[in-house]
Design a protein around this ligand. Structure first.
Ligand code: FE
Length: 344
């Protein structure tokens, strides 16, 4: 077994406070991430936990329409088994499904892991990252309004308070809490019908589902929580329009989660280096320090009922952002003292 992987996962499980007497269950599909599964189990045992592996085929038939999007939907024995664990290492992707919620409410904490090891190492969580991301969460929880602007013409306001706030700092030790290794941001959702303004995506902003950088400006008009117009002279506006339209689902135009990135070790430029590697996920793009994580599509992550499969994360650079008029970002730089990374 790869000793670096083993020591990295042991460090991670220590952050997750896995201890003697706990049960750690790995969830995976097919032969994906088999080395991660073994390394997590060996690391858990070294910490005194009992451990086993729930593995299902990736190609399970879809059970019940939109909810059957992951391979254990409808597999109640597997779901019931996962509820017995103190912590589930999710290598499969429960994807904020109702099954994930069903497991969490029993007190089982869940850690999602999908990035390759070099990304896990590069963005590995710290106590300080947790402190800053939890500060972001508390700030969003106590705020009534979020507003952000950019030199490119963005000016949009979200009314807040209807939906919960979720923090992602890369480990989890609280019963029932979900997290994703590695991460570095918090997010919430604007109130239903209460997001209005304009978003202008500029060159260098990211279209995560495409793993690509915007090269020509895209202007989105937002009214009452929905994108009502997509315009722009270049190719990118056409690509985004065509992509969303292809779902034939008006709920794909909804504005989704909002927050800002705080992981100073995540790279904005990551896709320029690795975009052709199919095993790279998007956590660098979502987490990089000072981005505004703007997005469209579903709101099931925060308990809403829009479960459209059309989701686009669009991390933006160079924005200025306020919550209840408290300055958080200025031109893409974190200016709030409680959220600045060490040395920034
Ligand atoms: Fe997202």
């Amino acid at each position: 077994m790869d000793t670096e992987l083993l020591s990295l996962f042991r460090k991670e499980l220590e952050l997750c406070r896995v201890h003697e007497g706990e049960v750690l269950t790995v969830l995976s599909a097919g032969n994906e991430k088999a080395e991660y599964a073994q390394a997590f189990m060996v690391a858990a045992q070294a910490l005194g936990a009992r451990t086993f592996h729930v593995n299902v085929p990736r190609t399970q038939p879809i059970v019940s329409g939109v909810q059957g999007r992951h391979p254990i939907a409808g597999n109640q024995p597997a779901i019931d088994t996962l509820k017995q664990a103190n912590i589930v290492i999710d290598l499969m992707g429960l994807l904020f499904s109702k099954e994930q919620t069903e497991i969490q409410v029993t007190g089982t904490r869940i850690l999602r892991v999908m990035e390759p090891i070099d990304v896990l190492r590069q963005m590995f969580p710290t106590e300080d990252l947790r402190r800053r991301v939890e500060f972001e969460k508390q700030l969003l929880e106590s705020s009534k309004e979020l507003h952000f602007t950019s030199a490119g013409g963005t000016d949009i306001t979200y009314k807040l308070s209807q939906y919960p706030v979720i923090s992602e700092y890369g480990y989890t030790f609280e019963p029932g809490r979900w997290d994703h290794l590695p991460s570095g941001f918090s997010f919430t959702q604007g109130n239903d019908g209460a997001i209005d303004g304009t978003v202008v995506l500029m060159p260098g902003d990211i279209l995560a589902a495409f793993k690509s950088y915007v090269r020509s400006p895209i202007k989105l008009t937002v009214k009452k929580g929905y994108v009502t117009d997509i315009s722009g002279d270049g190719l990118d506006a056409q690509l985004l329009s065509s992509y969303i339209a292809s779902f034939n689902d008006p709920r794909g135009y909804a504005i989704s989660h909002i927050g800002w990135g705080l992981n100073e070790r995540a790279n904005w430029h990551q896709f320029a280096v690795t975009r052709n590697l199919s095993n790279e996920h998007v956590m660098n793009a979502l987490s990089f320090y000072g981005n505004v994580l703007f997005s469209t599509g579903p709101n099931t992550e925060v308990g809403g009922d829009n479960d459209t499969p059309c989701h686009m994360d669009m991390p933006m650079r160079g924005c200025s952002l306020w919550v209840d008029d408290i300055p958080i970002l200025k031109d893409g730089h974190v200016v709030h003292p409680e959220m600045k990374a060490p040395g920034r």
